[in-house]
Design a protein around this ligand. Structure first.
Ligand code: 2P0
Length: 323
């Protein structure tokens, strides 16, 4: 059976990813099917390593960064529900040891790298040897953004059009941008007020502005894919920033309002805009949290670093294509 373990322990590792054109809204909650496609960049070196062992126990044993989690912890419950797809009988349980290598980096969601690493550990444990695109589809059930974390570099998560979701998975975009630099601006690492799953649902249900989102998202997706292919940093950065702000506009115009920004988020945005006025080409994107992720080219890193340090705003730089 495909659910017979082939070894004592399966292992998987996967990177976090940052969407350049965002996923916000599901057309099918049970299958985790998105209303629109999205495109991302992965951050190698930041992510999750997961070890998975079948055990003789009544319940799964799940630990995060070396600490055992209570069965009723939200994280553990969601993970166990996902693992229900992969048990060969009702008795079988798993031990899951998850380590996130996202220590200082700000507000990088771990559900994306977490479910991608878990699916790779399942593939290893059961020796399926499935193609990455199929594993991406499985990771999608755990968390939508996890579908994009099976790949390094740029990845496109296709919306798909089938009701069964078999055409909604991610694929790599085989383009390398060696001088692409990501700046992580750490505003706040506290708990989010509203999680993504609930936040996007509330937006779809109560935001009138959301009507225009799917069309913009699909247009931005195409613009960014074309910009990546033609090595057009300016168009990529501009479109990514506009896309992120448009997504946040739909969150804010939801009732009750969902505002992930902190005062420091706006200060950092204003600094980015003032740097652009000085012809330092830097753009930002933001997810379901207060932190900014900057998009820039290596030639401008020193100037960006200096500007943020002068204002006492913490920043870290990463290079998606050169370690
Ligand atoms: C993204 N986000 O494209 C968007 C932008 C947050 C803002 O994907 O419900 O954790 O598990 O599918 O994947 C975060 O949402 O949500 C996310 P579920 P997920 O990166």
């Amino acid at each position: 059976s495909p659910l017979t373990p082939q070894k004592a322990c399966g292992v998987g590792t996967a990177p976090v990813n940052i969407a350049l054109s965002k996923y916000w809204g599901k057309r099918d909650k049970a299958l985790n099917l998105p209303i629109n496609g999205s495109v991302s960049i992965s951050l190698p070196g930041l992510g999750t390593e997961t070890r998975l062992k079948p055990i003789n126990a009544e319940k799964d044993r799940i630990s995060l960064n070396g600490k055992p989690l209570a069965d009723n912890a939200v994280f553990a419950e969601r993970l166990s529900r996902f693992l229900d797809w992969f048990r060969d009988d009702r008795e079988s349980a798993f031990e899951v040891e998850t380590h996130n290598t996202v220590p200082t980096a700000a507000g990088l969601a771990s559900s994306a790298s977490g479910y991608a690493a878990l699916v790779l550990a399942l593939d290893d444990l059961f020796d399926w040897q499935l193609p990455k695109e199929t594993l991406s589809l499985l990771a999608r059930f755990g968390s939508g953004s996890a579908s994009r974390s099976l790949f390094n570099g740029f990845a496109i998560w296709h919306r798909g059009s089938r009701e069964d979701g078999l055409d909604s998975f991610a694929e790599p975009l085989q383009v390398e941008w060696p001088d692409l630099t990501i700046g992580l601006v750490k505003v706040n690492t506290g708990e989010k007020p509203v999680g993504s799953t609930a936040g996007m649902q509330q937006t779809v249900e109560t935001c009138d502005l959301y009507q225009s989102w799917p069309q913009q998202a699909e247009r931005d997706l195409q613009t960014i894919i074309n910009a990546i292919k033609s090595n057009d940093f300016s168009t990529m950065g501009k479109t990514a920033e506009h896309n992120a702000l448009s997504m946040h506009a739909t969150m804010i115009a939801t009732w009750p309002p969902i505002v992930y920004w902190q005062p420091e988020s706006l200060s950092a945005m204003q600094l980015v805009w003032s740097l652009r006025e000085q012809n330092i080409e830097v753009y930002f994107t933001m997810d379901a949290g207060p932190n900014l992720k900057l998009l820039l080219q290596e030639k401008d890193r020193a100037a960006v670093q200096k500007a943020f340090q002068e204002r006492g705003i913490g920043i870290e730089f990463l290079h998606p294509f050169s370690g």
